[in-house]
Design a binder for this molecule. Structure first.
Ligand code: SF4
Ligand code: SF4
Ligand code: FES
Length: 240
């Protein structure tokens, strides 16, 4: 029998089936917690650290990733406390520095309040979020991709660097990769790293839900809470 539990996120009570993660339960209620490595229906590995929250207990709090945290009865979660916003902004900034050519990452960073990046740009091809690996193994049951190497050598690879016969050619690995959406001006050249901030996909974007944001699947449908009041009014008028 399905059991439900109640807990709070930023003071709002949420009732959710037992076994649900804090992140999924919050997203189901339209509470936006940024996430990059999380995908519904596949196991969470908690690597991007964007979904950090504070869990308060007996007056003390601890910071943890909400995608890997099961919601339990009476749990008190802070998803937008000053500490969390600061930590999250830093995580987002590091992600942009790692992969400035990803529009999805720029969009998420914008929504975390990042306006400038203090770290050197690395132009990585992959941020090791594991979305491709997990969708391949868990959704398509193909197991054609995997992580190899450790530390700085860690990367996603095909077995023997060749597409195996058992690859189903579904191309889901490409669809879910945050690196496959380039900013409008195209990939940045090394030595010319700047974020132009001229359009909605860039770092000063605050007005509307960007097309490439992978923060959650709900922003458009629910009228994302991170929209500016003016953008929300425009959206409501358009829907009417
Ligand atoms: S295209 Fe091949 S490697 Fe990519 S997700 Fe599908 S089965 Fe896996
Ligand atoms: S290739 Fe893309 S989806 Fe796969 S781990 Fe790297 S950034 Fe993530
Ligand atoms: S660590 Fe939770 S979504 Fe990436």
């Amino acid at each position: 029998m399905l059991r439900y539990i109640s807990f709070t996120v930023d003071g709002a009570t949420i009732r959710t089936p037992q076994g649900t993660s804090v992140l999924d339960a919050a997203l189901d209620q339209g509470i936006c917690i940024p996430a990059l490595c999380h995908m519904r229906g596949v196991e969470d590995i908690g690597v991007c650290r964007l979904c950090l929250v504070e869990v308060v207990r007996n007056g003390r709090s601890r910071v943890t990733t909400s995608c890997t945290l099961e919601a339990t009865e009476g749990m008190e979660v802070l998803a937008h406390s000053p500490l969390i916003l600061k930590l999250r902004r830093n995580v987002a900034e590091l992600l942009v520095a790692e992969a400035p050519n990803s529009r999805a990452i720029q969009d998420i960073a914008a929504r975390c309040g990042v306006t400038t990046v203090r770290y050197p740009f690395h132009h990585a091809d992959c941020v090791l979020c594991g979305r491709c690996v997990r969708i391949c193994s868990e959704m398509w049951r193909a197991g054609a991709l995997g992580f190899v190497g450790r530390g700085a050598e860690r990367r996603v690879a095909l077995p023997f660097n060749e597409r195996p016969e058992y690859c189903k050619r579904c191309y889901s690995c490409i669809d879910v990769c945050p690196m496959t959406i380039a900013p409008c001006a195209g990939p940045m050249a090394v030595g010319e790293e700047y974020l132009c901030a001229k359009c909605a996909s860039q770092l000063t974007m605050t007005a509307r839900m960007p097309d490439s944001c992978v923060w959650c699947g709900l922003g458009k449908g629910f009228g994302c809470a991170r929209q500016t009041p003016a953008a929300r009014t425009r959206e409501r008028a358009r829907v009417r």
